[in-house]
Design a binder for this molecule. Sequence first.
Ligand code: ADP
Ligand code: G6P
Length: 447
Amino acid sequence: MGRLVAISNRIPLGDNPSGGLVVALDDALRSSGGLWVGFSGETAEAPADDLTFHDGAAFQRASFDLTPEDHDTYYLGYSNSVLWPVCHGRADLMRILPEYLDGYRRVNERIARMLVPHLRPGDRIWVQDYQLFPLAQELRRLGVTAPIGHFLHIPFPGPTDCATLPNPAELFDWLSHYDLVGFQAQRDLDNFAASARSLSDLEQLSDNRFRVAERDMRAGVFPIGIDAQAFLAEAEGAREEDRMRSLTGAQIMIGVDRLDYSKGIPQRFRAFQALLEGDPSLTEKVMLLQIAPPTRESVDAYQQIREETEHLAGRINGQFATVNWTPIRFIHRPIPRNELAGLYRQARIGLVTPLADGMNLVAKEYVAAQDPADPGVLILSRFAGAAEAMTEALIINPHDPGELAQAMHQAIAMPLDERRSRHAALLRGVVEQDVGWWSKTYLDALA
Ligand code: ADP
Ligand code: G6P
């Protein structure tokens, strides 16, 4: 079988990457080998028009730089100020400038040009995520005939949200050049079909086959997973000294998310506030550990969510803290994965409460990290793709602080038997549909 060539905007060249895409793709390529191409993270006024190859991984890696203008228009602009908010149901946060779409098209065209000389006969090309929708069209223009697949890590918007895009029909045109488009959840495939019907010329031939201008395209649902065995081992091996000290007595609720407005962190804090207000006996008995590394900080909406989150944590701590206890600990940095695994294991409750999310790998990591003999409880938003399969979690509406506070209460009081049976069922799913299963199922379908 030919080589796997994966292309994503983000490629991890340093330590401790956060973000579901890089974590999953790193795991997938480690087992299959191949080539991974992505943006180096560096900008330069006149970047080289070729890929730079890097050593030191189980697979080949190659990166490219962007000009500052391309970074502003393609990455911060069209990708993260137009597509990201629209796909996460926040069209109100969208910023439409004409140069954004131009930059987005230009960068995708340039990536295609740089990639083509490095392709070999037999390669399968796997394009990742919303930053690179037009890439297949550009590669086809340059004569590439290899199979090209796309996987969307984030939600696909329904017709109402899709219609807020500056040029919605173009999105479907871009996607129609792929042989296979993969989504995280059935909800995304349904949204794709409904939006295509109302906003494009795509003709739906069957549940998962579409046609436009003599081109056939398939779509399917391929829920992404984690490297469960590795994570399990990481959590078991987490060293005692890496765990939280000075917290004896307080039950830990943990949240781990990039500081993104889609993650529902303020809503989570307000629910925690409601919990403490409603039950003073929990004073010094529970704490919320929120680990939220910075992300896309030059975009206004991200500066606002940071201010809101910090302000709220400060207010809640001011309201409830005692000399011995700070109810919310907020860490605004990435932390090493082995430490993260140990913290998940130590936490009695995993809080995964996004307002919208493609899958959410933290939900799966939390489950994998638990001690099966005395596992914690996962509280999961119905708006995470993960909720389609992880039905034994406590499924909540993150917008309703009362409902979320009630679920926190239920989790704190949950008897050991019930915790064990819910965890065993969740773990089975996480282990069966792991990252190897995800990439294999997708690549088999592409073949
Ligand atoms: P997203 O892809 O939107 O960031 P996911 O939950 O799917 O959301 O994936 C996030 C990934 O980033 C997980 O693998 C998680 O462990 C990792 N991560 C999140 N925050 C941190 C952090 N502070 N330090 C290290 N890794 C993190
Ligand atoms: C999500 C997206 C990825 C992205 C990651 C981190 O997981 O689906 O495409 O890489 O967030 O965001 P960033 O903008 O830092 O790459």
